[in-house]
Design a protein around this ligand. Structure first.
Ligand code: VG1
Ligand code: CO
Length: 544
């Protein structure tokens, strides 16, 4: 088959963010835009000639077209074999699983995660390395550098591959295997969790759950695992068919966007357990009847109960959380006598800790939880982990969490997002904050005294690489914290994230609304950062 070298010119905006390159669909549809980025991936990798590549996405608009383009480019670049998800569907954690299982040199995941999809929505592309995890910063930087000088890409002339059902094809000498990505993923889950016990719970007639796949990628996985394999009642999975525009919603599993689930779980005759996952299946939200579990608490509870779950019964090497995540997991780690690592935001920073066997469980406040079973956060894995704990303990979600607070104290936690702020104003806010940081120490704000203030810098304990400017932290003498950072996944303007945390050891004070418990810190955050004055916003766009 004919292989062409196509001349091109660099685009200046192809710098990957927290999780790959995310832009609106029309940006990706510009001639050469996707091709340039894909060629930059090949140009900066080794071992792809003759090697295996995993390819798939979350099913959003432009997924299928992008897959056909990438297949032809992979063939033109000499890749040996590509494993593609049937219908182009591969969740992010399933892609990680497939890369590891098939000794692939890497994977290309097409997703903009929880960002809305459709012709005017967002699209994204991410490269994962041979360990199954998001490419480390030095790789994404190399890819970006390459996009800045690229002048040509390779393309094979060939017809589209039929992605509708499993099958084997050839593109020139390259093998294309279209496979059902649910199977290998389910097998991995079965090796970690007590499926018999969970099945007993789900078929006992005494326990009901609701899984909201938000019209996104986990639908097929959730149907296969919860309903078909574990015997949950039909209808347990809602919004379970992936749609190109996610039904017009934000596939973001939080109390604001997962409104269908929220109505069910806070409504009459609510089920015992509810969960939701995001566009590409790596995030999760966990709920009990009328009860919300913060992602930070979820990581802490999973850590404290891991010994009840077959895959983790021998203990955890350590636990890791992103810096803005609450310190609830730290308390559990301390009691267990294991290390708790604090990393910058983004799953790529957990990769080395997992590869080196230093951490077993990892989590982020942004509804991400995972373990060393793959190198991505994993939404359905977290749901199964919770189900396994519920099946063993035979207590409600609420009782388990309240009990946890009694033992460890409660870390009140909330994140306030200001979305689509003018970039200039957001930068101004951060610059001003940065300038006053050195003077904050010792200052008193109401009941709170500043103990430290800095811009978080991380030195990876495995390869000693340093990542600076990962978020401004203001810590108070009682352990409370306010963290400010700008999002690295948005596609419009800037998103300012303000993370708030306070610690309450007294069980008599564990029943407050977090916004109330954090009220004074919320005011202090505005006072210090001048959010209202600089952004002109009176309140956050989204509170989680
Ligand atoms: C956000 C979250 C971060 C997460 C990232 C990717 O990044 O805060 O914790 O790892 O999204 O998740 P940022 O830079 O916008 O704060 V996903 O599910 O969007 O791939
Ligand atoms: Co995601």
């Amino acid at each position: 088959m004919n292989i062409r070298t196509v001349s091109t010119q660099p685009f200046n905006d192809q710098k990957p963010g927290t999780s790959g390159l995310r832009k609106s669909v029309p940006v990706f549809q510009q001639p050469h835009y996707l091709e340039n980025f894909v060629q930059a991936i090949f140009d900066t990798q080794q071992g792809y000639e003759g090697g295996t590549l995993v390819l798939g996405g979350d099913g959003r608009y432009y997924n299928r077209q992008a897959i056909q383009i990438i297949l032809r480019m992979a063939a033109a670049n000499g890749v040996g074999r590509v494993l593609v998800g049937c219908e182009g569907i591969v969740s992010t954690p399933a892609a990680s699983c497939m890369i590891r299982k098939n000794q692939a040199f890497g994977g290309i995941i097409l997703s903009a995660s929880h960002n809305p999809g459709g012709p005017e929505g967002d699209f994204g592309i991410k490269f994962n390395a041979s360990n199954g995890g998001p490419a480390a910063e030095k790789i994404t930087e190399a890819i970006y550098a390459r996009t800045q000088v690229i002048d040509a890409y390779k393309m094979m002339d060939a017809a589209d591959i039929n992605l509708d059902q499993p099958g084997s094809f050839k593109l020139g000498t390259m093998d294309v295997e279209v496979i059902d990505s649910v199977q290998p993923y389910m097998e991995l889950m079965e090796s970690l969790f007590d499926f018999n016990l969970i099945q007993k719970l789900l078929t006992s007639g005494k326990f009901r759950m609701c899984m909201d796949s938000m019209h996104a990628v986990t639908g097929p996985y959730a149907h296969a695992i919860f309903e078909k394999r574990l015997g949950a009642a039909p209808g347990t999975v809602v919004n379970g068919i992936p749609l190109e525009d996610f039904g017009g919603g934000h596939p973001d599993p939080n109390l604001v966007y997962a409104h269908d689930l929220v109505e069910i779980i806070f409504g009459e005759n609510a089920p015992d357990f509810g969960a939701a996952s995001d566009g590409d299946g790596d995030r999760n939200m966990v709920l009990g009847r009328n009860f919300f579990v913060t992602p930070s608490d979820s990581l802490a509870v999973l850590t404290a109960n891991a010994h009840l779950v077959p895959g983790y019964k021998d203990g955890l090497a350590g636990v890791a959380r992103s810096m803005p995540t609450s310190q609830a997991p730290d308390r559990v780690a301390e009691k267990l006598g294991i290390e708790c690592y604090e990393t910058p935001t983004g799953w790529k920073f957990f990769g080395n800790l997992l590869d080196a066997g230093k951490a077993t469980l990892c989590g982020e406040e942004s509804f991400g939880t995972g373990s060393n079973h793959v190198r991505e956060k994993d939404g359905l894995w977290a749901v199964l982990f919770w189900l396994n704990i519920l099946a063993v303990r035979q207590e409600s979600v609420e009782d388990i969490v309240r009990n946890h607070w009694q033992t460890y104290g409660r870390n009140y936690y909330s994140r306030h997002d200001y979305e689509e702020v003018e970039t200039e104003k957001a930068n101004q806010l951060v610059d001003k904050l940065q300038a006053i940081l050195p003077n904050l120490k010792g200052q008193q704000f109401g009941n709170y005294q500043v103990e430290y203030s800095d811009n978080f810098s991380y030195t990876d304990p495995v390869d000693n690489s340093v990542s600076n400017n990962q978020g401004i932290r203001i810590g108070f003498t009682d352990g409370s914290r306010i963290v400010f950072r700008l999002s690295g996944t948005g596609t419009k303007g800037a998103t300012l994230r303000v993370y708030l945390e306070s610690y309450e050891p007294d069980p008599a004070k564990h029943n407050l609304d977090p916004q109330e418990a954090l009220g004074e810190l919320i005011t202090i955050a505005d006072q210090i950062a001048q959010i209202k004055t600089i952004t002109g916003r009176q309140q956050p766009t989204v509170i989680t």
